[in-house]
Design a protein around this ligand. Structure first.
Ligand SMILES: [Zn+2]
Length: 446
């Protein structure tokens, strides 16, 4: 009571102006407490319209936002359980550093690209500290990089245009920055050989670099398996565009065309002016991968996040895949042509399937209720391989889907996927005419 009296007495001593200020402040505070921000509701109406997935009411209850693996569950990307066994060519190529690449899409930032390929963000800041221009990304700029076995970025090349390339190299504990300028005369060089022991060794003896062999094996991956199908006596010829300055070769050069004779079968590869490779008929050598492993579009309950932190330990606990809030029993389809390399049960992953697509790509499907394929089985894009579920370590029904490119988990929802379009109709006749001349020239070499 004493306190209340003291306050009243003190209020009485205040000037009229002070009392008015105090009253205004009190009213303003009340108004803020009562006010409800109704205009926020309008902002959600600008979201894109998505296809509705019909779910029964019991499904709705189980498909909670947090349906995923518990944070802290790490599917180690290098776990042999989840990887396709390496064949001879894989090991020979692995011995050399694999070059990863990306073409900048509209509006993409360096940070987004690092995120897509799970490149260490600390390396990005180190690059920017050396040269801020690393952040200047424009549509169509080509990036090429190499990582060491721990994922550290050891070289990044930013091909600004045909002539200029920025190079960041990791040496003696720091990045250095250099600029390369292309100049010189480009001339075709023909290399040819015959398979004696295996293709890799024969191609090396013929003068091809490991990088060129990698390009060749990668471009023909859907057509021909050099690791398994190459036979003693097979013949090949390759056209390389080398750059010469004063008669000296200054680059190992790009593969322009390939003719490979496997018995009576001829495999052809020709680079078009659009930068892509086609066969002599102008058909694409890529078999595209689908973006989604289901027909319906399910809500993503947990996105790909290489930097996800455990809420308690604070340790980085990456989420290497995309989780779709799919009800138990949803049909799961192969994202592309390939071979089933794993179809098993695992305490964390539950029932899971791993498919190897050519040389570069692999997809993983986890927490399945039912597996419909067997190890070693060849599958085509769109084949039903499983039913989704809630097996293994999981907080609710969902499909965990992963895309692995060159042995590293990448964001399957964002990275560019191999395209399968042929040479443009308007350019096809001219392409085929030129391609036939090129292949005839190669045939003279074998
Ligand atoms: Zn997941």
């Amino acid at each position: 009571m004493k306190y209340k009296e003291a306050v009243t007495a003190r209020l009485g001593t205040l000037s009229k102006r002070h009392k008015f200020a105090l009253l205004s402040l009190s009213l303003f505070t009340c108004a803020i407490l009562i006010w409800e921000p109704t205009h926020n509701r309008h902002s959600t109406s600008s979201e894109p319209i998505r296809g509705q997935v019909k779910l029964s009411s019991e499904n709705l209850q189980t498909l909670a936002d947090q349906n995923s693996e518990p944070v802290g569950t790490i599917f180690e990307p290098d776990d042999p359980d989840f990887n396709a066994p390496k064949d001879e060519l894989d090991q020979q190529i692995d011995a050399q550093d694999i070059v990863h690449s990306h073409t900048v899409a509209s509006g993409e930032t360096l940070g987004e690209i690092f995120n897509q390929y799970a490149l260490p963000i600390s390396d990005m800041y180190a690059l920017l500290a050396v040269n801020k221009s690393a952040a200047n990304m424009r549509v169509g700029v080509d990036l090429e990089w190499q990582q060491d076995e721990n994922g550290k970025l050891i070289e990044l090349q930013i091909h600004r245009n045909i002539k200029d390339t920025d190079v960041y190299s990791w040496n003696d504990g720091k990045y250095s920055f250099t600029q390369k300028e292309e100049k010189g005369e480009i001339k075709p060089v023909f290399l040819s050989g015959r398979v004696t022991s295996n293709f890799y060794n024969s191609a090396r003896s013929a003068g091809l670099t490991p990088g060129q062999i990698q390009t060749l094996a990668k471009q023909l991956q859907w057509k021909f398996d050099f690791g398994k199908e190459a036979r003693k006596g097979d013949k090949f010829a390759v056209e390389i565009n080398k750059e010469f300055i004063d008669g000296k070769a200054v680059s190992s050069g790009d593969v322009e065309a390939v003719l490979y004779q496997n018995g009576s079968r001829e495999i052809t590869l020709i680079k078009h002016t659009d930068g892509n490779y086609y066969d002599v008929q102008g058909r694409s050598l890529n078999r595209a991968l689908e973006r989604y492993p289901t027909h319906q579009r399910f809500r993503i309950s947990s996105s790909f996040n290489p930097y996800r932190k455990h809420p308690v330990t604070g340790r980085i606990s990456p989420h290497n895949g995309t989780d779709f809030a799919a009800p138990v029993g949803t049909s799961v389809y192969a994202s592309g042509d390939g071979v089933v390399v794993r179809a098993l049960h695992h305490p964390l992953a539950g029932n899971y399937v791993v498919i190897k697509h050519g040389r570069e790509y692999m997809t993983r499907y986890l927490h399945l209720s039912k597996i419909l394929v067997k190890k070693g089985q060849k599958v085509s894009m769109g084949d039903k391989i499983a039913l989704s579920g809630n097996t293994g370590r999981s907080t609710g029904p969902h499909l965990h889907y992963e895309l692995i490119k060159n042995g590293r988990a990448v964001n399957s929802m964002k990275v560019p996927l191999p395209q399968a379009s042929p040479v443009k109709e308007s350019e096809r006749a001219k392409f085929k005419q030129q391609a036939r001349l090129t292949i005839d020239a190669l045939r003279d070499q074998v």
